[in-house]
Design a protein. Structure first.
Lengths: 166, 341
């Protein structure tokens, strides 16, 4: 608690009364702002690349040989708080034995929390850095397996970040 | 001959109208870009190069809007009000001189539409008084509490500041000895601009101009947080466009008048020393006039985004208790100096 100052009556000097010096100071300030560099990003021409810690839309990782990592275990679907993921498993001759015959994420339900990425035992579903998602119809917002595939090298920054965290 | 004179006057009017209306449209763009720059952002820059096509698009948009008139509004007045506003704003250009006379095709053309009327400055003051009607009528005819209050406040503000405006101009007339604007400009040859001879008068006239055009910091009648739109709340489409344009046209008019009366109009000091041909001289002089007006317009916009708004009672206080005595004192001192020197 500070001691309140004495109740002094403050009388304005002549220059303070006519206010002109204050106005001039204000004008100078705005002029400086006028000539300063602007912080606006010119959007479609200049795009922003998010840092690796950014959680964009979820994608299915594809190895160099063209096979997706996903084994259709269904953990992501089970943990998803928004119930956005649907997986249908099927058998395959490859070493991993299971693969997702149908893998759908409803982007209108997805909340980009990253739980699916956290729970996946194969590091198959990863939150990419894509943030530009605009649909014209509701049907268009349900992403099938083809739209969800992304190569591992494109996801490398995110994978490196995840490895540094866990 | 009479016929040629009328033709020349019509051509001059057409050119002036065209230039002023284009300037009004691009002034809107300039305001948006300058206000954006002051606020650390970029204004419209998508529509054309540097947003140059934005005003055209804006006008077209405004014209295509639905024209809504309140049911209980007084229709004739409602329609007449913006017409009065813009007519007054544009009519003042009849007496403003843009340059010295030029010789074209053997005729001597004065670069002013109706410069030799002997009531020059009085015409300007009379027109600004009529401009008050436009705003009052719009406030009244809208049948809306907010519009009425906005209109009344604006009318009171304009009337109060007209007094100091008239008195400042009176001091200029005392020194120049004439009411005719071209002669006032000719008086300011060399460095005898009235801004130097009448600094106090310049300040009062400048402040009064801000108040007359309802520009910040005196824009309480149309401030959105205060009165929705003030006197132009109930207007849409073309009538709103007219009000909008009328405000910017009034700004240009005020800048032109200040330039003519205080900043030497088209005078460029010591231009004769360069000894250029008459055509080039006139061109430079018209360019100088344009430059001065543009600088003043920039100043109008600059002040709007730098100075906080006056409260209504502070505004009236300033008009009656500060500006009026100051203008009167200025007049008395000028009269004394003129009589004794």
């Amino acid at each position: 608690m500070s001691i309140p100052p004495e109740n002094k009556k403050y009388t304005l000097t002549f220059w303070e009364k006519i206010f002109i010096p204050e106005i001039v100071k204000g004008l100078k300030l705005t002029l400086e702002q006028l000539l300063a560099k602007k912080d606006t990003r010119q959007y479609p021409e200049e795009r922003w690349t998010p840092p690796p810690s950014f959680r964009g839309r979820p994608v299915l990782a594809v190895e160099e040989n063209g096979v997706e990592r996903c084994v259709a275990c269904g953990l992501c679907s089970r943990v998803c708080p928004a119930l956005a993921i649907e997986v249908q498993a099927a058998e395959t001759e490859l070493e991993k034995e299971r693969y997702p015959e149908r893998f759908e994420i409803n982007m209108l339900r997805c909340i980009f929390c990253g739980f699916c990425e956290e729970v996946c035992p194969e590091e198959a579903i990863i939150m990419s850095n894509h943030y530009e998602l605009a649909f014209s119809t509701r049907e268009d917002a349900i992403f099938g397996k083809e739209r969800l595939l992304m190569s591992v090298e494109e996801l490398r920054p995110r994978l490196n970040y995840l490895h540094s965290q866990y | 001959m009479i016929g040629t004179e009328i033709l020349i006057a019509l051509i001059k009017t057409a050119i002036v109208f065209l230039v002023v209306l284009t300037t009004v449209a691009y002034l809107v763009l300039a305001e948006r870009r300058i206000s954006a720059a002051i606020q650390n952002r970029i204004g419209p820059n998508r529509v054309g190069p540097f947003g140059m096509l934005q005003p055209i698009v804006d006008v077209v948009k405004l014209l295509l809007k639905e024209d809504i008139v309140p049911t209980a509004a007084t229709k004739p007045m409602h329609t007449l009000a913006p017409i009065i506003s813009i007519t007054v704003a544009l009519s003042t250009f009849a007496v403003i001189p843009f340059g010295r006379s030029i010789e074209l095709f053997g005729h001597r053309i004065d670069l002013v539409i109706a410069g030799d009327i002997n009531i020059g400055v009085l015409y300007l003051l009379a027109l600004t008084s009529i401009g008050v009607y436009g705003i009052t009528m719009s406030g009244w005819s809208s049948n809306n509490k907010y519009s009425l209050l906005g209109g009344l406040r604006s009318a009171a503000q304009m009337i109060s500041y007209e007094l100091s405006m008239g008195l400042s101009v009176l001091a200029v007339i005392l020194i120049a000895g004439t009411l005719e604007l071209p002669k006032i400009v000719e008086y300011q040859a060399g460095w005898k601009w009235f801004i130097f001879l009448q600094p106090v008068g310049f300040i009062t006239f400048l402040v009064a101009s801000f108040a007359e055009t309802n520009r910040a910091p005196f824009d309480l009648p149309e401030a959105e947080p205060e009165l929705v739109g003030g006197y132009h709340t109930e207007y849409s489409s073309f009538k709103f466009a007219l009000f909008f344009l009328a405000e910017y046209a009034a700004m240009i008019t005020a800048s032109a008048v200040i330039t003519t009366l205080y900043l030497g109009g088209w005078q460029v000091p010591y231009l004769e020393a360069l000894g250029l041909s008459q055509g080039w001289e006139t061109l430079i002089q018209v360019g100088a006039f344009a430059l001065k007006v543009v600088f003043l317009l920039f100043f109008f916009i600059w002040v709007r985004w730098s100075v906080p708004r006056f409260r209504y009672d502070q505004l009236m206080n300033l008009g009656w208790k500060v500006m009026l005595p100051l203008a009167l004192a200025n007049l008395v001192v000028t009269a004394l100096v003129v009589l004794t020197v």
